[in-house]
Ligand binder design. Structure first.
Ligand code: HEM
Length: 204
């Protein structure tokens, strides 16, 4: 899909977008969420896989020293609990959600720069999520309080949250080119590990 995010305000966001374009396209192709014939099972699978990937990754991000200073609203940006809630709203038992597989092959987070690159991927997914949410609402009737929280993410706040993330990225990311390369490399690693995790197939 065409990308229209305002990345010009942040050169680093622009580099991230450019540096992960192929990875993003590959993940879009891998997922069937925008297909006209998307089913509730496709969507449940997606939620289960994203919960299994994001929950351990979010725990690692929260534990990363210095990341909270660069992203003061980090807590608000953690969305794996929303994926779990959506699954429950769509009929899954709490024990089944708790028993879903969690990803063990996560991107290495050895520095704040790498944490920011990783977070870029999770935060960027809120942009595409707006399109996906509209499609799923039209096709499947999922929405707020009806299993649609994860893809809806911050609702009308998606734009401001993205701009705030970009501003924090520029303000806190070290200016040295090699540090900026580390941000982009971590984003690529995040897409790569997520792609492999999603390719493992149905979580049901
Ligand atoms: C079928 C699945 C997906 C579709 C159709 C999709 C679509 C899109 C679209 C249309 C945008 C641009 C939105 C805008 O500019 O306002 C976008 C941005 C983005 N998406 Fe996705 N996306 C999908 C899945 C994902 C996943 C699973 C991730 C990672 C967890 C992801 C990460 C990103 C990132 C990082 C950006 C920001 C790109 C930038 O820097 O501007 N997307 N996506």
């Amino acid at each position: 899909m065409e990308q229209t995010a305002p990345s010009a305000a942040s050169p680093l966001l622009a580099a991230l977008k450019h540096g992960t374009r192929e990875e993003h396209l590959a993940i879009e192709r891998q997922l069937r969420l925008m297909d006209p014939g998307v089913t509730l099972d496709d969507y449940r699978d997606y939620l289960a896989r994203m919960l299994g990937y994001c929950e351990p990754l979010e725990a690692a991000l929260v534990a990363l020293p210095g990341l909270g200073a660069a992203v003061p609203d980090l807590d608000r940006r953690l969305r794996s609990a929303a994926a779990a809630r959506d699954l429950r709203e769509l009929g899954a038992a709490a024990a089944d959600v708790a028993a879903l597989p969690r990803c063990a092959e996560l991107p290495a987070l050895g520095s704040v720069a790498r944490g920011l690159g990783c977070l870029y991927v999770l935060e960027g997914s809120t942009l595409g999520g707006q399109f996906i949410a509209r499609h799923l609402e039209a096709r499947l009737g999922v929405g707020a309080g009806r299993g649609g929280s994860f893809v809806r993410s911050y609702g009308p706040e998606v734009g401001p949250m993205w701009r705030a993330f970009g501003a924090g990225l520029e303000a806190h990311c070290p200016r040295e080119p090699e540090q900026r390369d580390a941000v982009v490399a971590a984003a690529r690693d995040t897409f790569a590990t997520l792609g492999r995790w999603l390719a493992r197939g149905s979580a049901r």
